[in-house]
Design a protein around this ligand. Structure first.
Ligand SMILES: [Zn+2]
Length: 452
């Protein structure tokens, strides 16, 4: 009836109305198959490792334009869906590690800390990536850690212990689903885990038709018809603050998207991990935490652009847990001053190493931190001896930054606080509210099943 009313309103003749009706029905059949409002063709899962809610708040203040009275929104703000509980299997208490939480997000089971894609009984579990593969979809990874680190490993393979990097790397090559490799594109670090004395898994991949690249520049010149392995660092990529490409996660994500969206008939599942937010949290290093968040935010812009051009794409962003017990104000009361990290030129480990080689310590540290140290801070640096461990040297510099910014940290480990979940696209409504982390996987499985 609606269509007839529309047709008479626009005054179409019978014959052209008939043609219109035919083409309209062709379009609607098509859309049932391809662009259902609630069923995504492509699913992109972004895990920001360690990104508790305080990291997002801190990033908003970090990016604030101080010349205006209100704090400007950041890309996360429009995408909030709800919160996610992160606790692992009961036998590991309430505070999860990245392996147990990634297994929960990927496979929908609670397991023990350290478990990669296995239950508490060490039985392998099927992940959403595996299910996508079984359905003939493209699959891929883009991460800033080694690609065999806890989070990507838990989506890909099964191993009873996350630190078995060599075994996990072997499984990346040896495991198959319906005769196919687990992923079409794998981008991150991990040369030391793949190119070993006992086995060169990079060569295994190359001999099986994969192209291999090891510089970001090569990513612009790959064959989209061949599967792709890209390892750009030994065990991790450099910190965003130290990397030749400070937006390396967005660079890897763009490359993975071009690959997976090329001849994309059946859709794809892509895992993106901002791995080093967590590492900055462990180190209690707020400058690197914000630089990693910025790389993630730029990556979310890339994904938003992709989503605009491919509206049949579900994008989900969440964290596996919070790290460091970050608070956006420390012991000095009512202030948090990100101005002291906004001009940082290097990570604290790099600054510490440079300082130990310099004659004028305060000068080099002032230059790399991006602000002039005062006399008292200069004395702290002069008190550093060559006998001190690099960790202790770094702690002196971090202490200066944490005091300047008045950043609070309560631990070098993880905390059990709920994390945020963000997202958009078909099916995103299923992730609203407060979810247990295993529910994230269960709902992705439901969306995959609904495609059949
Ligand atoms: Zn961690």
């Amino acid at each position: 009836m609606k269509r007839n009313a529309l047709l008479s309103a626009i005054g179409l003749t019978f014959s052209s109305a008939f043609l219109f009706a035919c083409s309209a029905s062709a379009v609607s059949t098509d859309s049932v198959n391809q662009v259902d409002a609630d069923i995504p063709k492509n699913i992109i899962m972004v895990v920001a490792d360690g990104m508790g809610p305080a990291y997002v708040s801190a990033y908003r203040y970090f990016k604030d334009d101080r010349s205006t009275p209100l704090v400007e929104p950041i890309i996360f703000d429009d995408m909030l869906l709800g919160t996610v509980q992160t606790y692992p299997h009961q036998q590991s208490g309430f505070v999860t590690d990245s392996a147990a939480s990634a297994t929960a997000l990927a496979a929908g089971v609670k397991t023990y800390n350290g478990a990669v894609g296995v239950t508490v009984d060490k039985e392998p579990v099927e992940t959403v990536l595996h299910r996508a593969r079984k359905m003939g979809m493209g699959t891929g990874l883009a991460v800033t850690s080694t690609i065999v680190h806890a989070t990507p490993a838990s989506y890909m393979v099964a191993n009873e212990q996350r630190r078995n990097y060599f075994e996990i790397a072997d499984s990346f090559f040896d495991d198959r689903i319906d005769g196919r490799f687990l992923a079409d594109v794998m981008l991150g670090a991990g040369v030391e885990h793949f190119a070993r004395e006992d086995r060169n898994v990079i060569e295994d991949f190359q001999n099986s038709g994969f192209q291999y690249v090891d510089t970001y520049e090569q990513l612009t010149n790959v064959d989209l018809d061949k599967p792709l392995l890209g390892l750009f660092g030994s065990s991790s990529l450099p910190w965003a603050l130290d990397d030749s490409d400070p937006y390396r996660l967005s660079t890897l994500t763009k490359a993975a998207l071009s690959h997976l969206n090329h001849k994309n008939d059946k859709g794809f599942f892509l895992l993106v991990e901002a791995s080093q937010v967590d590492w900055a949290g462990h180190a209690n290093e707020i400058g690197s935490a914000m630089a990693e968040m910025h790389d993630l935010a730029v990556t979310l812009e890339v994904l938003a652009e992709f989503g605009k051009n491919n509206p049949d794409t579900l994008v989900l962003i969440t964290a596996d847990h919070s790290t460091g017990g970050l608070t956006v104000a420390g012991k000095d009361g009512y202030r948090w001053d990100p101005i002291w990290i906004q001009n940082a030129k290097a990570s604290v480990p790099t600054i510490a190493a440079q300082m130990m080689k310099a004659d004028d310590r305060a000068a080099i540290v002032s230059d790399l931190l991006g602000f002039e140290l005062n006399a008292q801070e200069g004395q702290l640096l002069d008190a550093v001896t060559t006998e001190m461990s690099s960790r202790d040297v770094e702690n002196v510099i971090k202490g200066i930054v944490n005091e300047r910014t008045n950043t609070g940290w309560t631990t070098n480990g993880h905390t059990a606080v709920d994390v945020n979940i963000y997202g958009y696209g078909p099916g995103a409504d299923k992730f609203k509210g407060n979810l247990d982390n295993i529910e994230v996987a269960h709902r992705i499985f439901e969306l995959l099943e609904a495609r059949d």
